[in-house]
Design a protein around this ligand. Structure first.
Ligand code: PAF
Length: 287
């Protein structure tokens, strides 16, 4: 596996692969890789002859009081895992390489509305940081396909919208959330949990599953269900930022919708967890 922090070598290598007829898959990450990331690599490998991954903890997507400085950085273990997973090249740029001018002067990409709700409402500027870094990475890597986890459902929707709006010739692929055996969605931030919090954390996914059961049973007072779910989470020791039932495109649902998604963000101590659960309320097929 090739490793570089240099834009020219990245471009030369990808151009050579492309000239040889290879399709290029791209998996952007912030490192501290877990099985969820490795699933993204597997999907990229299934669709492309060459796979590029990036590791970059993007300062632009962290708020002033968020965990940028303590975000786990494990480049040695990450590179070993990427090599084992069959990645062809890992791009690990410095902040100066990614952002050659002061951040205040930087051109930014912003996806309005989709980027302002839910996570965006609780983390102002977060999605501008995500879309800006992903836009720059897409332009540097020039991949045919980029693969993202559905755990960050809103991020995936925003990136798809950005690519549609800007007309970029790159396919965006979403991959279902990978979970621990007890249901907790895999996340680099799970490592912040104390042992006691880790024991409680799967209750977030469990509570969303219970909520889905009520929706399947015909509950249609979404606002009441969201409030009740926040109360259940509070009893378990969570402090919910939001629990929200939406259409998969994140618009507000209407009665009769059969495809919904429940999205949630909740604090457990000083760790913020997010999760979501897509659900189908369609009629059960007897076939
Ligand atoms: O999902 C992530 O890890 C990050 O938001 C991403 C897409 C790598 C951008 O920094």
């Amino acid at each position: 596996m090739l490793q570089t922090d240099n834009i020219e070598s990245l471009r030369e290598r990808v151009a050579a692969w492309r000239a040889a007829g290879a399709r290029i898959g791209f998996v952007p990450t912030m490192g501290n890789l877990h099985a969820g990331h490795l699933k993204l690599i597997e999907v990229a490998r299934g669709q492309c002859e060459r796979v590029v991954a990036s590791i970059f903890v993007n300062p632009l997507q962290f708020g002033p009081n968020e965990d940028f400085t303590r975000y786990p950085r494990t480049p040695g273990a990450d590179c070993a895992a990427l090599e084992h997973a069959g990645v062809d090249l890992v791009f690990m740029p410095s902040v100066e390489t990614m952002y050659p001018r002061p951040l205040a002067q930087l051109t930014r990409v912003s996806v309005p509305q989709l980027g302002d709700m839910l996570e965006g409402a609780h983390r102002p500027g977060h999605f501008d940081g995500v879309s800006t870094v992903v836009a720059r990475l897409f332009n540097l890597v020039q991949a045919d396909v980029a693969v993202f986890g559905e755990k960050d459902w809103q991020q995936l929707a925003i990136i798809q919208r950005m690519v549609d709006d800007l007309g970029w010739p790159i396919g965006i692929v979403g991959v279902p959330t990978v979970r621990e055996a007890d249901g907790l969605a895999m996340s680099s931030r799970n490592g912040y949990l104390s042992a006691a919090e880790r024991a409680v954390a799967p209750r977030l996914a469990r509570t969303l599953n219970e909520m889905a059961g009520l929706l399947r049973a015909g509950e249609h007072d979404y606002a009441a269900l969201e409030r009740a779910t926040c109360a259940v989470l509070a009893e378990d020791g969570f402090r919910a930022d939001y629990v929200s039932i939406r259409r998969p495109d994140l618009h507000a649902p209407e009665r009769g919708d059969t495809q919904l998604i429940i999205l949630a963000a909740a604090w457990l101590g000083s760790t913020r967890l997010i999760d979501n659960l897509p659900i189908s309320l369609g009629p059960v097929s007897l076939e």
